[in-house]
Design a protein around this ligand. Structure first.
Ligand SMILES: *Cc1c(COP(=O)(O)O)cnc(C)c1O
Length: 369
């Protein structure tokens, strides 16, 4: 058993399973020299909108741009505030600042997502939008968050970068707010072979504005009705994403099966806190995050045993040096603060084997007891 090495993610395993299809897709794009835009990009946009169950998909260069573009096209700017969650990847908050608005953080709940019970008290008369993040792949309480947004006339923009095909009350995340954003960074549940992202919305006018802004402010060549940015999905990434999309549901089930096995094997291990599942939410396990004491030591022991782990994220956003200017203290976000030194992400990917999971669990139990 000791010779088993478990990587944190294994993108090679997936490529090897799909090699012929992926290679053909890439060769096809090169053959057509359709490097930017073209039929493969439009095809992927249509397929992805259908998969999520919404009307429109605007492909962009990455998941960070996706959020920025939506906020800009909703008119968010200087003088406004946008609320998001205290633990996420920094993309979610930095794009708020990039619009000129001020970022406002709300602590996490026991499911690692925006605590809806603390949302209302963060709202001021400057608040324009709320960005819930379905962190690690589990859907937020969208009923509660949306109800508060509606009561205060705020737009809800879902950050679905870690939550492809996750559901809230049987409906895909990404379909609850005015718009939602996805990342196809290689390690995400649906990953390109480079940077890629998308905006989805059922609002045709908003989709059109986002598309225009992402294409230098021109829907028709040279007819710039505004200044925009350059944020495009390239043909090779679109072809790869279209090749992979039909497998996403199956890969999601495999992630869920891996998570069930982790939970079963670790059941009864007092030293490991398993992820809690929210009623009416599904979890697509972009990450399988446990809590342990003495995390640095545990992580080192696992590394020595050949098990790669990671931390998402080691510092809650408001406690990062980047947000020192906002003047928060650790007491403002007690749950995120307490989690940051305890959370540990274990290896998970569709191709992970039963033996690998059992080995990780063995190592984890001995490292924590
Ligand atoms: C990955 C990620 C993003 C940004 O995606 P990129 O494609 O890397 O720009 C945004 N939000 C969250 C929560 C993410 O995990």
């Amino acid at each position: 058993m000791t010779s088993v090495t478990v990587p944190f993610v294994d993108l090679k395993a997936q490529y090897q399973n799909l090699k012929a299809e992926i290679d053909a897709a890439i060769a096809g794009v090169i053959d057509e020299t359709a490097f930017i835009g073209g039929r493969r990009v439009s095809a992927f946009e249509e397929e992805f909108a259908d998969t999520i169950g919404t009307g429109h998909c605007v492909s962009v260069a990455n998941g960070t741009d996706a959020i920025y573009i939506v906020l800009k096209m909703l008119g968010v700017g200087p003088g406004d505030e946008v609320i998001t969650v205290a633990n996420s990847w920094i993309s979610t908050s930095e794009v708020i600042s990039q619009t000129g608005a001020r970022v406002v953080f709300v602590d996490v709940d026991e499911y690692y997502n925006l605590d809806a019970t603390k949302l209302e008290s963060a709202i001021t008369d400057r608040t324009r939008a709320v960005i819930p993040v379905h962190l690690y792949g589990q859907a937020c309480d969208l009923t509660a968050i949306k109800a508060i947004c509606d009561a205060h006339g705020l737009q809800m923009v879902e950050d679905c970068a870690q939550a492809h095909l996750s559901q809230w009350r049987g409906q895909n995340v990404g379909t609850f707010g005015i718009a939602a954003t996805f990342s196809f960074y290689p390690g995400k549940n649906l990953g390109a072979y480079g940077d890629a992202g998308a905006i989805v919305t059922s609002d045709a006018a908003l989709a059109q504005e986002c598309r225009k802004f992402a294409r230098h402010g021109a829907l028709v060549k040279h007819q710039h009705t505004m200044e925009g940015i350059n944020s495009r999905l390239d043909g090779i990434q679109a072809a790869i994403l279209s090749t992979k999309l039909p497998y996403l549901a199956e890969w999601t089930e495999k992630r869920q099966a891996a998570a069930r096995l982790y939970a079963a094997v670790l059941d009864g291990a007092d030293s490991v806190v398993l992820p809690k599942l929210r009623q009416f939410a599904t979890h697509v396990y972009h990450l399988f995050v446990v809590q342990v004491g003495n995390r640095e030591q545990v992580q080192q022991d696992l590394t020595r045993a050949g098990v790669q782990t990671a931390v998402h994220y080691p510092t809650a956003l408001p406690l990062l040096p980047a947000y020192e200017y906002l003047g928060f203290t650790a007491d403002d976000f007690p749950t995120a603060r307490s989690n940051q030194s305890r959370i540990l992400s274990l290896p998970i990917y569709p191709e992970i084997s039963r033996e690998q999971i059992e080995y990780v669990c063995d190592c984890l139990v001995s490292a924590t007891s």
